[in-house]
Design a protein around this ligand. Structure first.
Ligand SMILES: NC(=O)c1ccc[n+]([C@@H]2O[C@H](COP(=O)([O-])OP(=O)(O)OC[C@H]3O[C@@H](n4cnc5c(N)ncnc54)[C@H](OP(=O)(O)O)[C@@H]3O)[C@@H](O)[C@H]2O)c1
Length: 267
C-alpha cells in the first residue's frame, strides 16, 4: 500500500481508542501491541482524545522507527495556532519528534478547511508530520478540501468500513479510488464488541482457510489494495488471528458468498 507521494504504508494496523483503559490487564495490552508490531501490523492509530497516547508512547519506546504512527486533532483545537499546539502535545505524550500521519478527526464545526491545510503543511515543512489527512469526511467535504490550494495533498481519509457497514462503497470509496487516495477503515470488525464476528458465513470461510472469522473480515477489507484496516485488540491471541489477514486471499466464490450475506449498498 502506498500514499500518492510514494510513502509505503502497512495494509493492516492497530487501533487504540479503547486501550490503556483497563479493559484488559495493561501488560496484556502492551504485549498485544508489540505482538502486532512484530507480525507486520506496524501502523498504530491514536488520537488526542483517546487517552491512549502515553500508553502507546511506552509501548513504542526503543522501536519508534518500526512504527507508522498516526494521531488526530479534535476539531475544537483547529482555531488560531491550535493545531500546532495539539500536535506538540501529542508528540510529547507519544515521546516522539514526529508523526507519520496527522489527521483532522472530524470535519464537524470546522468552517475553514484552508486554515487546517495551512497548519498541516506548516507542520509538514517543520518535519513534525510526514503526511496529513482527514477522518469522517464525506464526498462533499472531500470536494471542498480539494478546491483549496494544497488541499489535494491530503494523504488519506479514515472512515468506518466493514462487511456490516459498506456505505462508503456508494460514493466515497470510488471517489477516493478515482483520486488515487487510499482509505483507512475503522471499526473493521464491527466496532467495540466485534459484533460482525458472530456472522456464521465468516466463520465458515475461516474454517475453509484454517483461520478465524476476524482474519476473513479483515482480508475482505484490504482485498483491493486501496484500503488499510485498523482493528483494535488488547489480546495477543486476537492480534495473532488478525495478522493472518495479511496473507489471506479470498476466492471470487467466497467474495460472492460474502456479498450475498452482506449486500453492497445500491448506488
Ligand atoms: N476516526 C474515528 O472517528 C474513529 C472512530 C472509531 C474508531 N477509530 C479507530 O479504529 C480503531 C478500531 O475500531 P473499533 O475499536 O471501533 O472497532 P473494531 O476494531 O472493529 O473492534 C474492536 C473490538 O474487536 C475485538 N477484537 C479484535 N480482534 C478480535 C478477534 N480476532 N476476535 C475477536 N474479537 C476481536 C476487540 O476486543 P479484544 O480487545 O478483546 O480483542 C474489540 O472489542 C479504534 O481503536 C480507533 O483507533 C477511529
Amino acid at each position: 500500500m502506498r500514499f500518492r507521494d510514494g510513502t509505503v504504508v502497512p495494509a493492516l494496523g492497530q487501533g487504540s481508542a479503547g486501550l490503556g483503559k483497563g479493559r484488559h490487564p495493561q501488560a496484556d495490552e502492551e504485549e498485544a501491541l508489540r505482538t502486532g508490531l512484530s507480525l507486520g501490523l506496524t501502523l498504530i492509530d491514536t488520537a488526542e482524545i483517546y487517552g491512549s497516547e502515553k500508553f502507546i508512547g511506552r509501548v513504542i519506546a526503543g522501536q519508534r522507527n518500526r512504527v507508522f504512527l498516526v494521531s488526530k486533532v479534535w476539531p475544537n483545537h483547529v482555531a488560531g495556532n491550535g493545531i500546532a499546539r495539539a500536535c506538540e502535545a501529542s508528540l510529547a505524550r507519544l515521546g516522539t519528534d514526529h508523526l507519520d500521519l496527522y489527521l483532522l478527526h472530524w470535519p464537524n464545526g470546522v468552517t475553514d478547511f484552508s486554515h487546517v491545510v495551512r497548519a498541516f503543511e506548516d507542520l509538514h515543512a517543520a518535519g513534525k508530520v510526514r503526511a496529513w489527512g482527514v477522518s469522517n469526511f464525506n464526498v462533499r467535504d472531500m470536494e471542498k478540501l480539494f478546491q483549496i490550494p494544497q488541499g489535494d495533498r491530503c494523504a488519506i481519509n479514515q472512515v468506518p468500513y466493514s462487511l456490516d457497514d459498506r456505505g462508503i462503497e456508494r460514493g466515497l470509496l470510488p471517489w477516493c479510488e478515482q483520486h488515487g487516495m487510499p482509505v483507512m477503515a475503522y471499526s473493521p470488525l464491527g466496532g467495540p464488541g466485534a459484533s460482525l464476528l458472530r456472522d456464521p458465513t465468516l466463520a465458515r470461510i475461516g474454517v475453509a482457510h484454517g483461520c478465524s472469522a476476524a482474519a476473513v473480515a479483515l482480508a475482505w477489507i484490504i482485498r483491493s489494495g486501496h484500503v488499510i484496516a485498523i482493528p483494535e485488540s488488547g489480546s495477543v491471541a486476537h492480534v495473532k488471528e488478525n495478522a493472518v489477514a495479511l496473507t489471506l486471499t479470498l476466492t471470487p466464490q467466497e467474495l460472492q458468498t460474502l456479498d450475498a450475506a452482506h449486500p453492497p449498498p445500491s448506488r
